[in-house]
Design a protein around this ligand. Structure first.
Ligand SMILES: Nc1nc2c(ncn2[C@@H]2O[C@H](COP(=O)(O)OP(=O)(O)OP(=O)(O)O)[C@@H](O)[C@H]2O)c(=O)[nH]1
Length: 361
């Protein structure tokens, strides 16, 4: 290997510059194959290669007329080129003691002529070559030399473009995930991780849109924690917050994955139960009351808090204005509070009366 190739610093610089292009071991691409094709055509030679100098090998991004994709570095003429000027020409390799013994010269395909133009990063770090090869000794005209250097610059322009595209794609991906995160933040209640009121309003409107339900029923449940002020007063606001988070956690377990749960405000919650009859929703409400009874929240070493909730439950349909439905749910909830709390009141199907209670201890 040539002397300066052993220069650790230069090698590290070259490898870092090369790695930044993420080109090694990528499949052949037309944009590069067209350049080798053109180089061979202009220089009137049978073989041309776009070659990158890796740590222990030269690797060909594009090759025409050689039939190999890489060779070890110690039989690489290109490894010499990256130490030389912009263009390196060996008119007869067999007469050059540095390369005459290389296997591709002594054996198949018996290379005799080499001309390589440097591939340099914009900050001047050589990373490979665009080279043309022949099986007989020859020279390049001045025009051919200029063309080879120009084509080498085209190789670098391609690499830079690919790098810019990658950076752009990464940026777009970062922007998209930031946007997703922002949307999540804008629609989520930070204390419970549930949807906030704005997001719930959006979903309730969607659920009422014609066609969304496709004839299947949906039910709405408005809930309010009981005696929450007293909890705050007795145990402090921080415990109050823990109660809210605890309740949200229970809701997440009790309701189905397809149900949409939101914090409506303060200690008020709302659940949209799509594809659910009121009867099925009543069963879900009963499960919630039961689950609350079984899941006290430890306040301190001595005391546990049994949380209860009151709820109003009614159907959600496109026939009834959302505002009207919410007012009805609120009335039912109020009735649950007035009747002693810890229960769900729903609209009776038969007589339109607000009746039946779920979850009375
Ligand atoms: N800790 C805490 N308290 C809250 C939060 N949001 C609302 N509150 C409090 O919840 C209490 C609700 O009190 P009320 O509306 O009187 O209702 P309640 O005490 O639950 O009584 P009923 O609903 O009639 O059972 C108020 O004191 C609010 O300040 C919150 O995010 N955290």
């Amino acid at each position: 290997m040539p002397k300066s190739c052993r220069n650790d610093n230069a090698q590290a610089q070259r490898l870092a510059a090369l790695a930044a292009y993420e080109i090694l071991d990528t499949p052949p691409e037309a944009a590069f194959d067209e350049i080798t094709e053109l180089a061979a055509l202009i220089c009137d030679v049978p073989a041309a290669v776009i070659n990158f100098i890796d740590r222990d090998r030269q690797w060909f991004k594009s090759e025409r007329g050689l039939g190999i994709r890489e060779t070890p570095l110690d039989i690489s003429i290109c490894a010499h080129v990256i130490l030389q000027s912009e263009l390196f020409v060996v008119p007869d390799i067999r007469l050059d003691p540095r390369f005459a013994h290389f296997p591709l010269v002594t054996g198949e395909p018996h290379l005799r002529f080499y001309a390589g133009a440097l591939l340099k990063s914009p900050d001047g770090i050589p990373i490979g070559t665009l080279c043309v090869l022949d099986y007989q000794p020859r020279e390049l005209s001045q025009k051919q030399r200029t063309a080879l250097i120009t084509l080498a610059n085209q190789v670098m322009a391609n690499l830079e473009l690919m790098r810019a595209h990658r950076a752009q794609a990464t940026l777009i991906q970062e922007l998209q995930s930031a946007q997703k995160e922002l949307m999540h933040l804008a629609s989520t209640d930070p204390l419970t991780g549930l949807f906030n009121r704005r997001a719930m309003e959006e979903r309730l409107n969607q659920a009422r849109a014609p066609g969304w339900q496709r004839g299947t029923p949906a039910t709405l449940m408005l809930m309010d924690l009981d005696h929450f002020k007293a909890i705050n007063d007795e145990f402090g606001h921080e415990t109050g917050d823990r109660v809210i988070a605890h309740f949200a956690g229970i809701c997440k377990k009790v309701f189905r994955q397809s149900d949409v749960i939101g914090r409506w405000g303060g200690e008020e919650f709302i659940v949209l139960l799509p594809d659910t009859t009121e009867d099925e929703a009543r069963q879900a409400a009963a499960r919630l009351h039961r689950s609350l009874r079984r899941s006290p929240l430890a306040c301190d070493d001595y005391r546990s808090l049994y949380i209860t909730v009151s709820a109003g439950l009614c159907g959600l349909s496109s026939d009834r204005e959302l505002e009207h439905t919410l007012r009805l749910a609120d009335r039912l909830l109020y009735q649950a509070k007035r009747s002693g709390r810890n229960r769900t009141v729903y609209e009776s199907q038969q007589d339109g009366q607000h009746s039946a209670h779920t979850g009375i201890p």
